[in-house]
Ligand binder design. Structure first.
Ligand code: ATP
Ligand code: MG
Length: 300
């Protein structure tokens, strides 16, 4: 890749579980990209920013080597690469800028359901198939269990049935894949979500100022995703009870309604979603026109 030092380069996964969410986050932060499916590099149309689209395994190394300025990658891949590079005396430094609210999963050890399991000691001497040998060995050392690892780059979940291993250590989010393969999750060894990382070598002030603008925008997008705008009509007599039911709403806006002395409108930004149960309780207090709306962006 030709490095143009004046443009901030951000590495994201080209195609996979993190691609859409990573791109959507950058776009929600105001960066506009027009992607051509086959192209590795995409120019941002409204900022001096380039997007480098690669396999997720390559993202930590690109950041640690200072080839790109920022990377969006799963913590599992980041930590695996970090451990591997430390073991081979390669530079493994990065700056963690933000934990991102997508890509949640866990790295777990699973065994065939018919194999009895009392605890971690039952793994001694077992052969565990994984794509994450460094994270797995790191864990086994920490808990003092001597087991063997078999490294597979894909289809780890079929390894026990294929007679390649006794157990697996793989990423799980819902557990459906494990269940479909007759496996039961026994130990969680690492919890992960997407991370925004930066190279540790100094950046030009132009690049730094883009990052300084990006971070509060990311916070705003993430905060907005967790928040709701709630509007309702409430009987003035029940105002305190109503406000107490609204999550995270210490100072709601209370507005008079035209020609009604008994009812007021309440507007509130809530830090949580409003559950059906709460809406039903509000209705029982005499509230009406209860609206829960998503918030797109937040600042200040
Ligand atoms: P690439 O071709 O980029 O190497 P990949 O096949 O290694 O892709 P994906 O399956 O797309 O990777 O997963 C990317 C990341 O998504 C994982 O490293 C992990 O951080 C996250 N993730 C979230 N949920 C899951 C899940 N259920 N299974 C696997 N990965 C998940
Ligand atoms: Mg990968």
């Amino acid at each position: 890749v030709q490095q143009n030092s004046s443009r901030l380069t951000i590495a994201i996964q080209k195609s996979g579980r993190l691609s859409q969410a990573s791109l959507a986050l950058l776009e929600a932060c105001g960066f506009r990209f027009s992607l051509h499916e086959a192209k590795l590099l995409a120019h941002c149309q409204n900022q001096p920013v380039d997007l480098l689209r690669v396999r997720d395994d390559d993202i930590p190394g690109l950041v640690m080597d200072g080839v790109v300025d920022l990377g969006l990658v799963g913590e599992n891949v980041l930590e695996e690469v970090r451990l591997k590079r430390l073991a081979t005396q390669l530079e493994a430094k990065f700056k963690l800028l933000r934990s991102l609210d997508y890509g949640q999963c866990r790295l777990a050890i699973a065994l065939p359901k018919e194999v009895p399991y009392q605890g971690i000691q039952d793994l001694v001497g077992k052969r565990i198939a994984t794509t994450y040998p460094y994270l797995l060995q790191n864990y086994l050392q920490r808990v003092g269990v001597a087991a063997n690892t078999a490294v597979l780059t894909g289809s780890v979940e079929v390894a026990p049935r294929a007679g390649l291993a006794d157990a697996i250590c793989d990423l799980v989010s819902t557990g459906a894949t494990l269940e479909a393969n007759g496996l039961v999750e026994r130990e969680v060894i690492f919890r992960s979500q997407a991370q925004l990382i930066q190279r540790t070598t100094p950046l030009s002030s132009a690049k730094q100022s883009i990052i300084d603008q990006l971070l509060p925008r990311i916070d705003g997008v993430q905060q907005a995703r967790e928040s709701k705008y709630i509007m309702l009509h409430a009987p003035i007599a029940a105002l305190e009870q109503v406000i107490a039911l609204l999550p995270g709403a210490e100072q709601p806006t209370v507005l008079p309604l035209n020609q009604r002395q008994d009812i007021a409108a309440i507007h509130v930004v809530s830090t949580e979603n409003l559950f059906w149960e709460t809406m039903e309780q509000l209705k029982n207090l005499g509230c009406s026109s209860i609206l829960v709306m998503p918030i797109e962006k937040m600042m200040g």
